[in-house]
Design a protein around this ligand. Structure first.
Ligand SMILES: [Zn+2]
Length: 549
């Protein structure tokens, strides 16, 4: 997703040192005994207000012997539960439904579990009247707010297909994940109602299962990225806006076809049945719901959603949506990838110097951070406030680590590994070491040190360079020292000597992890350099200071 200022608040920093805490706490699997493979969610929405009536049917398989299935559900009233069609005595807790399972032998046992429930939704499904007084309903689940309206195993490790069966006033447009299956008018008294069925045939995490029910009008791009889609030949794309914003389309969405094309070529076929871009009431700037990206409605009324936000959310369709982080501490596999691939879109659309300046901006943002970056590693196993994971580590630093990884293994090995990682884990889940294994395979390098240094340690290198010119021997001497704040890092550093004509001469120096070690470099120069610059191509995440002697 793309953050808004509201999501950038942090809790108090823990006083534990990162290394002690990281080793003390292991991430436990959320519900290893159960796997939901499919949700069918039938929702009856009112003409106005927030009171819903619903039935969810889950296909559940049990991999370990357990006699109770525990589903997440907040707030709403449960009216009845059946297992394989028979009513059972469930226990409603404040945040869960405990459902007894009939005894059955076998190692992998299947159940069909139906929950009748309803009441006034307070979160997850945002029910509200828009500025024109029209009632709208938008799902907004990240990270674990689906449990406010969907009885579920509400964790990214459990992905499932989903069918939405939505009954709503016929005047509203109904959108959801996947492909439109059917619509039919339901005759009755009062406002005419319509049932709309959508089906997402690929497994997605619950946090991406959404509907939009609002007076939305489509701007159609038709078939895009033909030959590059996984479930059919082309990717149908549209932008859905409130009627009064329709005339301003396509605006900054004009290049969505090219963006999908670029990422399909770099990574793999587009994973879903269509791609809708929806003006919505998400609390985030943009939210990457699988095949139905929701954008904050504010920018639609203030000149348009930024193209960078659009590219970021589109990149998530591959990273986050199709390949999902199995555990929250690995959320950089979603946000870091979306950040970096949005920069790769800039490179394709506007050239290398725009790309470099975007990477320089990303680096400045990381270096300016006083929140998570100096305190926590990117893979943060101790943060329990999931919204606090939407920080500079998961986004900007994760993105910059991919940039450095690309330089470390080389262009060819990097994209070969990205494609292999995607092909292996699409419609499933992954952890950071799964990415490392693919990078090691294609590059024939051991990358444990790289992943540890950049993802499991906080901070970044701080490099000071002192240089002098010896006019007798015509040599430039440069002394490079790493500061002690975050310890020493290992990385190649390009030192640029800018001559009197303004030409930069590059020399690569290997910086090492030897604590306090100074690296000396000497290079010939016929005249005194104008200046010395470190990392002229924005390749390393580090703070640099250069002083002439
Ligand atoms: Zn994102």
């Amino acid at each position: 997703m793309t953050r808004t200022r509201r999501t950038l608040t942090f809790g108090l920093a823990t006083l534990l040192s990162w290394s002690a805490a990281a080793s003390a706490q292991q991430v436990r699997p959320y519900q290893p005994a159960f796997d939901v493979s499919d949700y069918t969610i039938a929702l009856d929405l009112p003409d106005t207000g927030a009171t819903i009536s619903a039935r969810a049917t889950l296909s559940v398989s049990r991999a370990l012997p357990r006699d109770t299935l525990v589903l997440d559900l907040l707030d709403l009233t449960v009216n009845g539960v059946t297992v394989d069609g028979r009513a059972v005595r469930f226990v409603r807790g404040p945040a869960t439904i405990a459902i007894p399972l009939p005894k059955r032998s076998g190692t992998r046992v299947q159940y069909s579990v139906s929950i009748d429930y309803g009441g006034a939704v307070t979160d997850g499904l945002i029910a509200r009247a828009d500025s024109a007084g029209r009632w709208t309903y938008f799902g907004d689940n990240w990270p674990n707010r689906a449990r406010h309206w969907i009885p579920s195993i509400d964790h990214p490790s459990d992905k499932a297909t989903v069918t939405w069966r939505i009954t709503a006033p016929a005047t509203k447009t109904v959108l959801a994940n996947g492909k439109l299956v059917s619509t039919r008018i339901i005759r009755g008294e009062g406002v005419e109602r319509r049932e709309t069925v959508w089906r997402e045939g690929r497994r997605i995490p619950v946090y991406l299962m959404v509907i939009a029910v609002a007076p939305l009008e489509p701007f159609d791009f038709g078939e895009t990225a033909c030959g590059l889609a996984e479930t059919q030949r082309c990717v149908p794309q549209s932008v859905y806006t409130a009627p009064e914003q329709h005339a301003a389309m396509p605006g900054s969405f004009a290049r969505v076809g090219e963006i999908v094309q670029l990422f399909s070529r770099l990574v793999g076929q587009f994973p879903y049945e269509k791609l809708a871009h929806v003006q919505s009431s998400t609390r985030f700037g943009g939210m990457e719901n699988a095949s139905a990206i929701f954008y904050s409605d504010g920018p639609f009324r203030r000149g348009g959603t930024a193209e960078g936000t659009i590219a970021h959310e589109i990149a998530h369709q591959w990273f986050g949506d199709a390949v999902t982080e199995r555990e929250w501490p690995h959320v950089w596999l979603s946000e870091g990838f979306a950040t970096y691939f949005a920069a790769l879109w800039t490179r394709a659309a506007r050239g290398d110097s725009s790309f470099r300046s975007q990477m320089a901006n990303i680096r400045s943002t990381i270096l300016a951070d006083s929140g998570a970056v100096p305190r926590r590693p990117v893979i943060d196993t101790i943060e329990t406030d999931l919204l606090a994971l939407l920080n500079r580590n998961s986004y900007e630093k994760g993105g910059f680590v991919l940039h450095m990884l690309r330089a470390q293994v080389g262009e060819r090995a990097f994209f070969d590994a990205i494609r292999a990682y995607y092909a292996k884990y699409r419609h499933a889940t992954a952890l950071s070491d799964d990415l490392r294994a693919e990078m090691e395979r294609t590059s024939h390098q051991n990358l444990g040190w790289f992943f540890d240094q950049w993802l499991r340690r906080p901070g970044y290198p701080e490099v000071e360079a002192a240089w002098s010119y010896d006019s007798t021997s015509r040599q430039v001497n440069v002394e490079l020292t790493q500061g002690a704040r975050f310890g020493a890092f290992r990385f190649p550093l390009v030192v640029g000597i800018v001559d009197s004509a303004g030409v930069t001469h590059r020399t690569t120096v290997e910086m090492t992890t030897a604590e306090g070690a100074t690296v000396r470099m000497q290079t010939a120069s016929t005249s005194k350099p104008m200046r010395v610059v470190l990392d002229p191509d924005v390749a390393v995440l580090a703070r640099f200071a250069v002083t002439p002697r």
